[in-house]
Design a protein around this ligand. Structure first.
Ligand SMILES: C[S@@+](CC[C@H](N)C(=O)[O-])C[C@H]1O[C@@H](n2cnc3c(N)ncnc32)[C@H](O)[C@@H]1O
Length: 343
């Protein structure tokens, strides 16, 4: 390694630097992580994860054992059994933020034709869950990268739309060329041919970041006013940001909910509240007030169960609840579509 005085020289490979803290999820045989580590001559800045357990990886991929051993020697943090759609509530990631969060070729498994709408929904849900989690694990100047095929039917996953659901800004896409990543072997990752590559064809690196000026969790209230709900959902143009209606969550014991955590609740539920209002129109029933009251009561009960505990746990519960709501509404929509097709 080149050394200048006591400072190590920063090394780059494509979009990634040895000075970045990098999280990789959904790794196959860990050859991509190892490629970065080799380029940096170190992996101390890398957290590499797989959904598979260590034992499954060794069975599935002939090079996984050697790749993982090498990564460990280079100082990588290796985690297995990490579901990218739930990772942010893992204790190991509490308060951990990254410059780059990478998911190479997310795919929910091989269950028949790739143009099957149900299968596309499964794949999109995987990316959706990943983006939701990654968005709260990103440093303010960080980027989420998803490498993805753009030929049909993969192009119809519409990653930009999914990202906008979590207030991520789509910053563009670059050609993905496997030869830029020496040693990387893309893997099918599921089924009895897990260790085989899939044809790459035309692929891109999709890049997303937090809205400028947004610090991690602090999303909804700092979003630019021009960020609107998609036109197709609107009955009237209503910006997602309505700070005046979100103000002041006072607890009955005289405490005030810490401003940052208050914003957290807004980030999680703000879009939901707007959606409710747009769907049902304005009624005498104040949905904002009711939800705010429910959040206040929930928070009081949470704190009463174990006085003095950090409010972050409550935020984690809300995130999980939000995720379940999204899944449930997708499921309901799917059921309605199926019913439509039957009649
Ligand atoms: C097409 S393979 C790509 C594997 C690897 N990223 C590569 O580029 O070679 C899709 C990967 O997504 C992973 N995956 C599927 N669902 C996941 C989830 N919920 N969380 C994390 N990884 C997931 C699978 O385990 C598999 O490794």
């Amino acid at each position: 390694m080149e050394v200048r005085g006591r400072e190590e020289t920063e090394r780059w490979i494509k979009h990634y630097s040895s000075a970045h803290s990098i999280l990789l999820v959904g790794e196959g045989d860990f050859s991509f992580s190892l490629c970065l580590a080799m380029a940096f001559a170190s992996a101390t800045n890398i957290v590499a994860t797989s959904l598979d357990s260590y034992d499954d990886l060794i069975k599935k991929y002939k090079n996984a054992k050697a790749n993982l051993a090498y990564l460990k020697v280079l100082g990588a943090s290796l985690l297995h059994g990490v579901d990218a759609t739930k990772m942010r509530i893992l204790p190991v990631f509490q308060w951990k933020k990254f410059h780059r969060i990478i998911f190479n070729f997310p795919h929910a498994g091989f269950y028949g034709r790739e143009d099957n709408p149900d299968l596309i929904t499964m794949h999109r849900n995987l990316v959706r869950g990943f983006l939701m989690n990654a968005s709260s694990m990103l440093l303010p100047d960080g980027e989420i990268h998803v490498n993805h095929k753009v030929t049909a039917p993969f192009g119809s996953w519409n990653l930009e739309d999914l990202a906008s659901e979590y207030f991520l800004l789509y910053v563009g896409q670059d050609d993905f060329r496997i030869e830029d990543y020496p040693g990387y072997n893309n893997k099918r990752g599921s089924g009895f041919r897990s260790d085989e590559p899939f044809p790459l064809g035309e692929c891109r690196t999709f890049k997303f970041k937090l809205w400028p000026g947004v610090q991690g969790f602090d999303l909804i209230q700092t979003m630019p006013p021009e960020f609107q709900v998609p036109v197709k959902m609107q009955q009237q143009p209503v910006p997602l940001v309505r700070p005046s209606r979100y103000n002041d969550v006072h607890l009955s014991n005289g405490l005030r909910l810490n401003i940052d955590h208050k914003k957290e609740c807004h980030r999680i539920f703000g879009a939901y509240l707007d959606h409710v209002e747009q769907t049902f129109g304005s009624t005498s029933y104040d949905v904002y007030h009711s939800v705010r009251e429910a959040l206040r009561l929930g928070f009081e009960m949470y704190m009463a169960a174990e006085p003095g505990r950090p409010p972050s746990g409550y935020i984690g519960i809300l995130e999980e609840l939000h995720h379940l709501c999204v899944l449930r509404s997708q499921r309901l929509r799917q059921m309605l579509l199926t019913l439509d097709q039957q009649h």
